[in-house]
Ligand binder design. Structure first.
Ligand code: CP
Ligand code: NVA
Length: 307
């Protein structure tokens, strides 16, 4: 059966560990893996802006011996209402995998329902699982095994990063705290799934509104933009409620002495994080960005081997 990666729990804990171990090998030997030799094609479709995801997939697919067909979704027939199900069938005749950045998770589910090649979520409104594989690779590089570490995410608890850090983090056995203001809490259904996954791994997920309490003793701090793509005109105040959740030197002082700071980027210095933190000694954000390349190559290798 074709395996897809639409959300973080599409990999079991053991499978996630396999992909992360492979990501380290791929990083050490970037040109040693050629599963797409031919070149075989991979469709990479963007319905939203991207810098890291676009470059890392296009370069990564080339390094795997393949050819990335990178397109703006609006210029395809999807922009003229061809059905997602027909698109899944058609693309499967041309390419060996489909990577798609889009809006609702339901769109990924519809396209993957007919695809006979792996479909990878390159960010949806609900999840950003490729990012969290890179985040976990970065955590492993800095701290060794992620199992048992405390990771605190601050900011918009209802966005894709909050959901994926929770689900992907507990899959790795982490204790994840999500700290968000009232009205910006995670989707309860996703938290229920996260708790179920945590029960398998010994990890945990906690919602803690007070940011100081949330970061106390944390090994890993993470934040993200307060305004995700598609939310620019949603009419909500996305500044004032989030101010207490900014990662700054004062808040960082409550974390563990050797805490590291992650941000998926793009960052807004002075909003969700200060320049002194993101450009300071605890920040690993550019290693994290680089690891998108290695983690996604590992994911593609793994998915192509497990069809
Ligand atoms: N972090 C991330 O996904 O970046 P892009 O939006 O630039 O792809
Ligand atoms: N939450 C952000 C992540 C960007 C990589 C967004 O969806 O815009």
């Amino acid at each position: 059966m074709t395996r897809h990666f639409l959300r973080d729990d599409d990999l079991t804990p053991d499978e996630q560990a396999e992909v992360l171990a492979l990501a380290a090998l791929v990083k050490a030997q970037p040109f040693a893996f050629r599963p797409l030799e031919g070149p075989r094609g991979v469709g990479v479709i963007f319905d939203k802006n991207s810098t890291r995801t676009r470059f890392s997939f296009e370069v990564g697919i080339a390094q795997l011996g393949g050819h990335a067909v990178v397109v703006d979704g609006r210029t395809t027939q999807l922009g003229r209402e061809e059905t997602l199900e027909d698109t899944g069938r058609v693309l499967s005749r041309f390419v060996d995998a489909v990577v798609w950045r889009t809006f609702g998770q339901d769109r990924l589910e519809a396209l993957s329902s007919t695809a006979t090649v792996p479909v990878v979520n390159a960010l949806s409104d609900e999840f950003h699982p490729c990012q969290v594989l890179a985040d976990l690779q970065t955590i492993i590089e800095q701290k060794g095994s992620p199992s048992g570490l405390k990771m605190t995410y601050l900011g918009d608890g209802a966005n894709n990063m909050a959901h994926s850090l929770g689900l992907g983090g507990v899959t790795a056995g982490m204790h994840v705290t999500i700290s968000a203001p009232e009205g910006f809490q995670p989707d309860p259904a996703i938290i229920a799934d996260t708790e179920r996954r945590a029960a398998e791994t010994g990890g945990s997920v906690h919602l803690v509104t007070d940011p100081v309490e949330a970061v106390t003793g944390a090994d890993v701090l993470v934040t993200d933009t307060w305004v995700s793509m598609g939310q620019e005109e949603d009419g909500r105040d996305r500044t004032a409620p989030f101010r207490p959740y900014q990662i700054n030197d004062e808040l960082l002082a409550h974390a563990a002495d050797d805490a590291i700071v992650l941000h998926c980027l793009p960052a807004h210095r002075g909003d969700e994080i200060t320049a002194s933190v993101i450009d300071g000694p605890r920040s690993v954000v550019f290693d994290e960005a680089e690891n998108r390349l290695h983690a996604q190559k590992a994911l593609l290798i793994w998915l192509l081997e497990h069809q």
